[in-house]
Design a protein around this ligand. Structure first.
Ligand code: ATP
Length: 302
């Protein structure tokens, strides 16, 4: 097969507990991640007569088109494990819709899309756990972005366990449009020390959330969202402001996702989503209405 088109879905963290920095520089996390319908669209094409040549084109000029791009790294990782690309090249077109450096795992979603596309294009039928293993070598959120839906994620992100699928909850995202460096946020977290809650409180919140997901008890879900990284955000004023606006305009709950600075608000329906988005738009340079999705990266017809 010459080409493959993939939808690369963004994620939010409904729960994110961050442990101490490990010897390898990573942090152990315990997270409940949720895919969103908000997605980048990627098109991959095999090219002949240009051994090892990778070309990436992206509509967003903030996204690197060289070896810094996670898609590039994924192609190299895939080739180092399978050797199938060596004789030719790969062209990639990225239609970026997920805000960059916003805690929505846009780069990891694109990386997941690359593994899915290459597996299909070279007709290798590599099982999903092996693709996830390759993905983990490129970025901590890649294994989740491959599986998607609602999942419990632990280790540094390489352990992913699917949870009960969630209904199609509406979500409003608000972002200041300035990138947050994930590394900087983790450094700030280390300097601040544990703050989100005592270990016992975190345990109660986590168990309530997971039970709420299993029983479709949306009140329990909304009452138990936690993000350990929120106090370490690079945009504290915007995060607080967006959360206040969302709650005052009818959101059930609002919290920062991942390393931020995007705030997500869960709302009870389309009408409420419109109202919350209307108010957030007055303050936030980027406001997006989307919904929970039941899967991650997805191949689509070319
Ligand atoms: P996470 O939530 O996984 O920490 P994020 O959503 O905060 O990630 P990304 O959008 O993945 O952040 O981008 C972080 C950085 O990664 C950007 O500054 C960008 O330079 C780099 N990057 C590399 N490849 C990509 C890609 N395909 N899309 C977006 N950013 C990319």
């Amino acid at each position: 097969m010459l080409g493959a088109k993939v939808m690369a879905r963004a994620k939010i963290n409904l729960f994110l507990e961050v442990g101490a920095r490990r010897d390898d520089g990573y942090h152990d996390i315990r997270s409940v991640m949720q895919s969103l319908e908000l997605s980048d669209e990627l098109y991959f094409r095999r090219t002949d007569g240009s051994a090892g040549r990778i070309v990436i084109r992206c509509n967003d000029t903030c996204v690197p088109s060289n070896a810094e791009n996670l898609v590039w790294k994924s192609i190299e990782e895939f080739d180092s494990r399978t050797g199938v690309i060596a004789g030719g090249g790969i062209d990639v077109l990225i239609n970026k819709r997920i805000p960059v450096g916003a805690g929505l795992a846009g780069g990891s979603a694109d990386a997941a899309a690359a593994f899915l596309a290459l597996n299909r294009m070279f007709e290798l039928d590599i099982p999903s756990d092996e693709l996830a293993d390759m993905g983990a070598a490129v970025g901590s959120d890649v294994p989740f972005c491959l599986l998607g839906g609602t999942a419990l994620v632990s280790g540094r992100g390489e352990r992913v366990e699917r949870l009960e699928p969630m209904p199609r909850v509406q979500v409003v995202l608000a972002s200041p449009g300035e990138e947050a460096s994930t590394r900087e946020v983790y450094d700030r977290f280390d300097a601040l020390g544990p703050a989100a809650g005592s270990p016992a409180e975190m345990e109660v919140a986590f168990n309530t959330l997971v039970a709420g997901i299993r029983t479709h008890d949306f009140d329990s879900i909304c009452s138990s969202l936690v993000n350990s990284l929120e106090p370490a955000t690079t945009a504290p004023e915007q995060v607080e402001r967006y959360k206040d606006i969302a709650r005052q305009s009818g959101a059930l709950v609002a919290m920062m996702t991942g390393s931020g600075p995007t705030v997500f608000a869960l709302v009870s329906g389309m009408e409420e989503a419109a109202e919350v988005a209307w108010e957030l738009e007055k303050a936030a340079p980027i406001t997006i209405v989307t919904s929970f999705a039941g899967q991650g990266a997805e191949l689509s017809e070319v």
